[in-house]
Write a protein that binds this ligand. Structure first.
Ligand code: PBG
Length: 333
């Protein structure tokens, strides 16, 4: 009988060998922690569908950012939850609006030690919950929304943001935001384009997290899960308009899009492991149906392997702690 000449198993024998030959490694610098700040909150408020994630008060937001610095995270991505909303989402561009105030708090707390990112979108601030302003017939008005995004970009720059995450999926948003930033002398502020962003059921828990007022869905502006080529078009347009980084979202359900994006661009590529991806793992783990810690590491590793140098994940701080404790390289998580 013929024994095998090639024995790939040899390199899998011990944790030390597996660590040596790993093609993908988790590092805190590649992880970005999304954070929520709730206007008027005195203490952090739990989010039921995202166990372990909270809506921060301004004070607890600072503490979370400080911890992110200590853990060596790549950055934080801030979302604001306002106390009042209106049709144009005016709180988004108000210097005293919760997102801008939160960004200023973060800047003050971490200085240059951490990359401060903010979501640039109107959905948290509109009373109808859409990512843009509506026309007379109730459709999201693309170009009227761009004007609001420009105002929001300028306010965020003023507050001291490093990176704005354009997540609204309006045509031309990256170009408009880039021009607005340049106009106010904020050439240094980067644009992280949510380039390929799908209309996904996996954003469900996020709606609770930001107390979304949306009824219906975002299928008239976010992408259809059926399409792949369309993402390549979105990515190309965003880069032509000046995106400094591009993102694919959600992550795990769209690893094919992520790989294709990573292979076709020469800017950094990020992926967002969204609220539903988080909640599914937490829920199954709570029932004892899966090994939570291993699932967390495997999911983030897969997203990196598929081409994302940067992963936005609600587990960022916890995983960074595991990395520093050596738990992951020893195969214990
Ligand atoms: C838009 C935005 C959303 C998320 C990030 N930015 C919601 C949406 O597009 O419906 C979702 C993130 C998550 O689900 O974790 N402001």
């Amino acid at each position: 009988m013929g024994f095998p000449v090639e024995r790939p198993r040899r390199l899998r024998r011990t944790p030390a060998l597996r660590r040596l030959v790993a093609e993908t490694r988790l590092h805190p610098a590649g992880l970005v922690l999304p954070l929520f700040v709730l206007e008027g909150a005195d203490e952090p408020t739990p989010i039921a569908s995202m166990p372990g994630v909270v809506q921060h008060s301004r004070a607890s937001l600072r503490a979370a950012a400080r911890e992110a610095v200590e853990l060596g995270l790549g950055g934080v991505m801030l979302f604001g939850i306002p106390a009042t909303r209106d049709a144009s989402g005016s709180g988004a561009s108000d210097p005293d609006g919760i997102l801008n105030v939160g960004v200023a708090d973060l800047r003050d707390e971490v200085g240059a030690e951490l990359v401060v990112m903010a979501d640039l979108c109107l959905d948290e601030f509109t009373d109808h919950g859409h990512c843009g302003v509506l026309d007379a017939d109730g459709w999201v008005d693309n170009d009227a929304t761009l004007v609001r995004y420009a105002e929001m970009a300028m306010a965020l720059a003023d507050a001291g943001v490093d990176v704005v995450g354009t997540s609204g999926m309006m045509d031309g948003q990256v170009g408009v935001v880039r021009s607005a930033l340049d106009e106010v002398g904020a050439q240094h502020v980067s644009v992280l384009a949510y380039a390929a962003k799908y209309a996904s059921a996996a954003y469900g828990p996020f709606r609770e997290a930001v107390d979304s007022q949306l009824t219906g869905d975002r299928r008239a502006y976010q992408q259809d899960a059926a399409n792949r080529r369309e993402s390549m078009r979105e990515v190309r347009l965003d880069i032509e308009e000046g995106a400094d980084l591009v993102m694919v979202k959600p992550a795990s359900l769209y690893l094919d899009i992520l790989r294709e994006t990573a292979d076709s661009v020469d800017v950094p590529v990020a992926a967002y492991q969204v609220s539903g991806e988080y909640a599914m793992v937490e829920a199954a783990a709570e029932r004892g149906w899966i090994d939570r810690d291993r699932m967390v590491v495997e999911s983030i590793t897969s997203i990196h392997r598929a081409g994302a140098g940067i992963v936005l994940t609600y587990w960022a701080a916890e995983v960074a702690r595991w990395i520093s404790e050596g738990r992951i390289s020893e195969g214990k998580a």
